[in-house]
Design a protein around this ligand. Structure first.
Ligand SMILES: Nc1ncnc2c1ncn2[C@@H]1O[C@H](COP(=O)(O)OP(=O)(O)OP(=O)(O)O)[C@@H](O)[C@H]1O
Length: 699
């Protein structure tokens, strides 16, 4: 693949301008023209006068909001290339594929741009005609004669790289622009990969909305990137449907969400919500004010809790013992207890939500009364049935038979009342498990209880038993390996009528309830038919570093394949042993050293080591950020507690005392998994410093 810059073949800007026939100059001219076209599109929208078309001010506000969004979406961002690729087809693609575009040459970019005649100048990367840009290969050229990738320097088009896919004499090569793009120093939040999505990633990005997908992939294989681009793709392909039903990206914590929050807006998608699982199950008035011991959290997160809760909710229904007497005018209608019982057991058998059944009960009873009236020769209509359903005696009977259930109160009782718990956990949880659940000292009220994160998940489950949870059109679940079965259920009920993209790495599971198998996880999620895919090419971590980290795999996740890095960066791994008394100073010095390079630096250390390192950085006068805070040219060093490192990345990582990272976790396997996460955050270099012996697998 001939790369046309910064090789000598590329003309200088002056040369290119003097000789417009040079391909680079022609491409630059197309960029200039496309930018002008985009500005014109924006000016068109800005000049819209809605006074004539809207009948009332509510419509006007809605319409103006849409126009403002459109203007925002049409902004020409100076540092985001308007197009990054070109495809020359051998034949003009079919009308359906080209979506109105004529001709055989297409510029591929972040968004669609057309000229004054409506002819496309840039095609959206998500359009069908763009797909071969990501998928075509020498083996399968997909009717593409030329694929051209563009390189930019500070918003200027400065290079291009060609592949003549249909030319059998040209050999396949690795893209330098891809390599450069990955190694471009990281400043600021996570960025999109729209110019360089790889074929195996593209297949996931463009897989249909109806099916759910689960992606197992080692560190840096692009799972998060794939998930976010998939959302952008689905919004493009199913805009109206998803606008109605909604999409949601779920991540492990705030700093992670903050890190990824700019990716979708950069792709023109401003509406996608982000949340942690804790956010999903948050309830007004209930705060998380305590943490569970690991063994308690494991029981609370166990899927068997769902059955305990189901039984507990349904236990509120009591068998009617008294007949019901309904007085209407001068007549009295009697419904015997056995008939009420039939209605109740029929509703229970139908297994509808507790609340829905409760709402249906008065009408069922009223219907029975109506039948009696008809048998007595009356001709009651629907209004009579409604009136009977609202009759005081009927209401009283319903309260008695099918009382309202308040989810938080129900869980409060399960965790405080040993007898109540035993009655519903019998045959499901053993005595020890029940003991783990019970509060040592029961709380009196929902308000005063010290709820934990796992308790709120239980309350969420109970709430869903009472009333169906609203389901979205698509949910992306990142770092999914860390969820408990009950958390999977909480996520699953938010996409019962939609689909899910589940992303994770079993080797990075660091919770005591981390999932052991994707099949299990998907079953809890309610998507057992989801397709399981694997990503194995690593983009973040250089070969030397990933090979070192992968020595832990046989211990932490036997059978899982190591990531094969696409990047050879000699000298990217440095391991230094120092004496204990000098560790902190050496680590701070290593940070200073790394700051000599461009890009972001992460100092990752066991949570317990953070205060000491923070003091040392302050004493040395090295300013530092907290994870999730945006790096800038001036503040490039982030001090990262090991517990928050997951999902993040830095150009250079200084890793403090691996043994402390391992011993910071409740057991060795979790500790080594945490270490594996920390070892795999670096893009260009990892400097590991230790005073204590390294874990055996790394020594
Ligand atoms: N096709 C690609 N082109 C350029 N960069 C890529 C590509 N795929 C992934 N990357 C980059 O590799 C890095 C890792 O990607 P990402 O964070 O999505 O990986 P991950 O699998 O979610 O990792 P982890 O398991 O550590 O969370 C990111 O900087 C991402 O932009």
């Amino acid at each position: 693949m001939p790369a046309h810059a910064p090789e000598p073949a590329a003309p200088t800007r002056a040369e290119a301008e003097a000789e417009p026939a040079h391909p680079l100059a022609r491409e630059q001219a197309h960029l200039t023209a496309s930018r002008a076209a985009l500005r014109a599109m924006r000016a068109d929208v800005e000049s819209l006068d809605i006074r004539d078309v809207t009948a009332n001010w509510v419509n006007a506000i809605v319409l103006q909001g849409q126009i403002d969004d459109r203007i925002k979406a049409l902004a020409d961002l100076a540092h985001t290339p308007l197009f990054f690729g070109r495809l020359d087809y051998l034949h003009a693609p079919g009308a359906e594929l080209a979506e109105g575009a004529e001709g055989e040459m297409f510029y591929i970019g972040r968004r669609h741009v057309h000229d004054a005649d409506g002819d496309p100048m840039v095609i959206d990367w998500r359009a069908p005609v763009s797909q071969p840009f990501y998928r075509a290969s020498k083996a399968d050229p997909q009717d593409v004669a030329l694929r051209r990738r563009f390189g930019y320097t500070g918003g200027e088009l400065t290079a291009y790289e060609d592949e003549h896919l249909s030319d059998p004499t040209e050999g396949a090569t690795v893209s330098k622009l891809l390599q450069q793009e990955i190694e471009r120093p990281r400043v600021g939040p996570m960025r999109d990969i729209v110019a360089t999505i790889q074929p195996e990633q593209d297949r996931l990005v463009r897989s249909g909305l109806s099916g759910s997908v689960c992606v197992q992939g080692g560190p840096g294989t692009g799972k998060t990137a794939v998930g976010l681009h998939r959302v952008a793709y689905l919004l493009y392909a199913h805009r109206e449907r998803l606008a109605r039903t909604g999409t949601l990206v779920i991540g492990p914590n705030r700093s992670f969400l903050h890190y990824i929050e700019q990716v979708l807006p950069a792709l023109g998608e401003l509406e996608v919500k982000q949340a942690t699982v804790d956010d999903l199950v948050a309830r007004e008035g209930l705060e998380v004010r305590a943490a569970d011991a690991a063994e308690t959290a494991v029981v609370k997160g166990d899927a068997r809790m769902a059955e305990v809760l189901r039984r507990a909710v349904r236990s509120h229904v009591s068998a009617p013992v008294e007949p019901l007497m309904v007085v209407r005018g001068s007549r009295r209608w009697r419904v015997p207890a056995y008939e009420l019982e039939e209605i109740v057991s029929e509703l229970l058998d139908r297994d509808i939500r507790y609340g829905a059944a409760r709402d249906a009960l008065p009408q069922r009873i009223a219907h029975t009364v109506l039948v009696r009236m008809e048998q007595a020769g009356e001709a009651p209509d629907d209004r009579v049935q409604d009136a009977v359903a609202r009759n005081a005696a009927v209401k009283a009977a319903v309260r008695e038979i099918w009382p309202p259930v308040e989810p938080a109160k129900l869980v409060l009782r399960l965790l405080s009342d040993a007898e109540f718990l035993a009655a519903h956990a019998d045959g499901i949880l053993d005595d020890d498990e029940q003991k783990l659940l019970l509060w040592p000292k029961p709380f009196r009220s929902v308000k005063s209880a010290k709820w934990t994160a796992a308790d709120l998940v239980l309350i969420d489950e109970a709430a869903d038993l009472v009333e169906r949870t609203h389901s979205l059109g698509h949910v992306v679940l990142d770092e999914a390996q860390d969820l408990s079965p009950m958390q999977y259920r909480a996520v699953g009920r938010r996409c019962t009528t939609g689909s899910a993209t589940v992303l994770g790495d079993l080797a990075q599971g660091t919770t005591p309830w981390a999932t052991r198998s994707w099949d299990e996880a998907l079953t809890h999620l309610g998507k057992p038919a989801a397709v399981l895919e694997e990503l194995t090419a690593g983009f973040r971590v250089p070969r030397e570093v990933i090979a070192y980290a992968s020595r832990l795999l046989p211990v932490i996740s036997p059978g899982l394949a190591a990531v094969s890095s696409v990047r050879e960066t000699p000298g990217s791994l440095v391991v230094s042993e120092v004496v204990a008394a000098e560790l902190t100073a050496a680590v701070v010095a290593a940070c200073g050293e790394s700051l000599r390079y461009e890009g972001s630096i992460g100092l990752i250390a066991a949570d317990a080591r953070i205060p000491e390192l923070a003091r040392a950085l302050e004493t040395t006068g090295l300013p530092y950020l907290a994870p999730g805070e945006e790096t800038t040219e001036r503040a490039r060093l982030t001090l990262v507690p090991a517990s928050l490192a997951k999902g993040l990345e830095y150009d250079y990582v200084v890793l403090d005392e691996p043994a402390a990272v391992v011993s910071g976790e409740p057991d060795e396997r979790t500790g080594l998994r945490r270490l594996y996460v920390c070892l795999t955050r670096a893009v260009s270099g990892l400097h590991l410093l230790h005073a204590a012996p390294l874990p055996e697998a790394l020594a």
